[in-house]
Design a protein around this ligand. Structure first.
Ligand SMILES: Cc1ncc(COP(=O)(O)O)c(C=O)c1O
Length: 392
């Protein structure tokens, strides 16, 4: 079993997550407090030890490592020419938005959703169209009636789906993806499927690649994948864009090149190949560890804080916690808790209007930190409610 229990001091490592006060405990940005797989560290060390860090190429081995991984782990056969390197999923999405839509067009997202999707749309002068997911008894569903109305607007040209979905942790069923693909095809809306969280499912659970669902899905989609979430390599800046349709691919590849985001740094290729060829055992250990963290947190919350509910989910290491039954306001509560005892959570409202009343908690940390985090969460929530009542 790999080691996920050791606590490392990340404060002095220029970490975004840990750029906080000494008393703080960050459980916000999607970045894990574990060292990556030893095989990846060795590959990066070997390159660093060689010491010549000139411009790189993208070798066939890189394509092959991705093809083999998706075939073996996700039962999806990709072809080498479909896959293009990119320095990140977000850079790819922003570039695709610029290349394949025009200013003033509508881009549809299913909220609550990864907050940076909003930036990629708004910063490029396109309109965000929110298709709120329906929250029914703790489970999120697509409102297809509303979705079709929004897709049928000729001004809507692109939909970005998050598969599995951050922050709600949902693994989309094949039938749901197929229906989305059908509607997008019918209304001439291109699909970006952001699958960066796809390897972080609970043991025994599988995601479905959007492009694998049907010919229409395959022909009308761009899939963004990366080893960075699953292997904790966000700072390595490495991702891949997968596009079966040759015409769409041509345009996107031109866009990625124009934006100068199609070339790797000195460690991106070696790190990715090591992850997808040697990282499997480590990843499966990680998924087991994350599940036990998730179970601990859910159990703690149901016993100690029954007034909040964790959303039922089988993917990601992010807990999406419904705080609507609490007194007060969850955004204010996050700020209060941060000041009160240093626990740093993500406010649900940053994921769109549909996220109001929720908080997101990153539980990818050693169990000891998680226990500390849960205690701070409980103390913080109770202190906040008391504070609100005193104010009234
Ligand atoms: C859904 C989703 N897409 C993309 C990213 C970031 O991707 P990258 O670091 O490759 O730009 C994240 C990071 O949390 C994410 O959750």
């Amino acid at each position: 079993m790999s080691d996920f229990d050791t606590i490392y001091d990340r404060r002095k490592t220029n970490s975004l997550k840990w750029d906080v006060l000494k008393k703080d405990l960050p459980m916000w940005v999607a970045d894990m407090d574990f060292r990556t797989a030893p095989e990846i560290i060795d590959a990066i060390k070997e390159k660093a030890d060689f010491g010549i860090l000139g411009y790189g190429i993208i070798p066939d081995e890189w394509h092959q490592s991705i093809i083999n991984w998706w075939k073996k782990r996700h039962d999806f056969q990709m072809e080498s020419e479909w896959i293009t390197f990119c320095t990140g999923v977000v850079p790819a999405i922003s570039s695709i938005v610029r290349k394949l839509t025009t200013v003033g067009e509508n881009i549809l997202i299913q909220t609550p959703v990864y907050n940076i999707f909003f930036n990629s749309i708004i910063n490029n002068g396109r309109n965000v169209i929110e298709s709120p997911l329906q929250y029914i008894d703790g489970i999120y569903e697509v409102n297809f009636e509303e979705l079709e109305k929004q897709l049928s607007n000729p001004q809507t040209t692109l939909m970005i789906i998050c598969n599995p979905h951050n922050p709600v942790g949902k693994i989309w069923e094949k039938e749901i993806l197929e229906k989305i693909g059908e509607l997008c095809y019918k209304h001439h809306v291109l699909v970006i499927s952001d699958e960066i969280h796809c390897d972080l499912t609970d043991p025994g659970y599988q995601y479905t690649p959007f492009a694998s669902v049907s010919e229409k899905c395959k022909d009308n989609s761009i899939t963004c994948i990366a080893p960075t979430k699953s292997f904790n390599l966000a700072g390595l800046q490495t991702a891949a864009v997968v596009i079966p349709n040759e015409n769409i691919r041509h345009k996107v590849v031109r866009g990625l090149n124009t934006d100068e985001i199609a070339e790797p740094n000195s460690f991106a290729i070696e790190g990715t190949i090591a992850a997808f060829t040697k990282g499997e055992a480590w990843l499966d250990d990680l998924r087991t560890y994350l599940l036990s963290n998730k179970m601990y947190a859910i159990d703690f919350i149901s016993k100690e804080l029954p007034q909040v509910n964790v959303t039922f989910s089988h993917a990601t290491y992010l807990l999406w916690i419904n705080c609507n039954s609490l007194i007060g306001n969850s955004t204010e509560m996050c700020q209060f808790i941060r000041e009160y005892n240093g626990l740093y959570l993500s406010e649900g409202s940053i994921y769109g209007k549909a996220g109001e009343g929720f908080v997101r908690m990153n539980i990818a940390c050693p169990m000891e930190l998680l226990k500390d985090g849960m205690k701070r969460f409980k103390d913080g929530v109770l202190a906040y409610e008391e504070w609100v009542l005193r104010k009234c």
